[in-house]
Write a protein that binds this ligand. Sequence first.
Ligand code: VG1
Ligand code: CO
Length: 565
Amino acid sequence: MSFPVKDITTKPFEGQKPGTSGLRKRVKVFQQEHYTENFVQSIFDSIDAKGQTLVIGGDGRYFSPEAVQIILKIGSANGVSKFIVGKDGILSTPAASNVIRKYKAYGGILLTASHNPGGPDNDFGIKYNVSNGGPAPENVTDKIFAKTKTISTYKVIEAPAVDLSKIGETTYGPSKVSIIDSVTDYVILLEGIFDFPLIKQFLLEHSQDFKVLFDGLHGVTGPYARAIFIEKFGLSESSIQNCVALPDFGGGHPDPNLTYAHTLVDAVEKNNVAFGAASDGDGDRNMIYGKNAFVTPSDSVAIIAHWADTIPYFKKEGVKGLARSMPTSKAIDLVAKKKKLEYFEVPTGWKFFGNLMDAGRLSICGEESFGTGSDHIREKDGLWAVVAWLNILAAANKNSPNKLIGINDLLQEFYSIYGRSFFSRYDYEEVPSDGANKLVAHINEALTSGSLNNTVHTSASTSTKFTISNLYNFEYKDPIDHSVSKNQGQVITFSDGSRVVFRLSGTGSQGATVRMYVERYLGPEAGKDALSKSASEGLKSLIEVALEVSKLKEFLGRDEPTVIT
Ligand code: VG1
Ligand code: CO
């Protein structure tokens, strides 16, 4: 059978600019005639995938099956020789990164809008990853965006739809399509990193006093969690919930934080769960939350780094360096200093870690936005972080026969060694762009004129005084390829070492989202009482000052943030 290639005439759409992590828009936008096709063709116009292998995966959200067929048609017409596709189009983001690396693919297209809600009235997303398994760097995404602005035709082959539910290899026009199990390779990967037998034994011994609960929030991790928690660790069905992946995530917001993962929070409190965890829609985020113990992502990555030598992968490979995104708290820097490791501060977005990892200078990194990971792949990895914590707890308990060590014990011990970086993020979602721009302009004005430098600000409720020491726009020069990324967030520093950051989100699908990040550090000498306070108590006065200095409420017309994490 021959499969003719057809050229279809089209016109550019506005706004097909990939954000922090791919192009994200409402499903209805992607469903417009030629919209998805234009973007996919623009990807192929920006790369050279002729004769190459391409991975296709995603979180299975609404509109994914249609999008997979569009990519197959356009990709094949553009000369891709082989597609590796997760069964039913499903591969979690970390699993896709692993598949790209393991099978030495040229790159991959991931269909996900991550933690954004799904369904016909919600979000869809398309992201391109390169051969190291990581999100395409800015020079590639800039090229894709430029192509979307001038596109006039796209190519398709005329072929019947591929059955995505059958594992195996088939011929598709001039190309081959290999449908693979979505879970197997990923589980093999984690088994090679962590001490599965140790974890299993620990969980078995403590089946009564150390209950585990993983909440998939109806995102893509459900089947992965089942394979790991039930099949590998031998836990019971009651240790996982919401683990059936649904195209609309059951109507929920698949974002693992204290606001949106309330199904986990409620169950942990009600059932005395010692170790709870959740992941987001596409499986790259995680939250660690046990009874009376919430681990901020900034602390989580620092604690994993502190305990790295209990994890077989790091025991073998060593820890080469540590890193965090700029707004993430500096807890991990303290670990790096103590362990005499190199450490880096990069802009928000996982794509900035990839070069450092490829150069062998970075092993463990994280973002405050519930993203944690390592150089085992080039995406953040939700289940990796969850299993890392179980590995660490199992190892810590091996040396503690008489007392069960839980999440809170690890937190308190960490604070007693390094001190504590109280951290919180306020999100003001879908505010008018005009107000957001005014806020940015207001801070920029202070930044250039220096009008706020050395000014003293007093918190209304606690009378604590804060002196502004500096304001700057964060700029990053990649140490490997020397590319420069400007305007990555406005930073206000205070004389006591506290810090407030303002940033506009690059993942929202409409309006503007303003993020305010606050951090205040107390050294170990502050003592146990001060260090074990809640973040909201520890940060109250700084937040008041940040709101006053930025005039945020005035510009955004919002009294309260949409989400506090
Ligand atoms: C947000 C987070 C950022 C993260 C990005 C993608 O970006 O702040 O840390 O890398 O989402 O995460 P922004 O630009 O909205 O602040 V995910 O789980 O959507 O791939
Ligand atoms: Co995600």
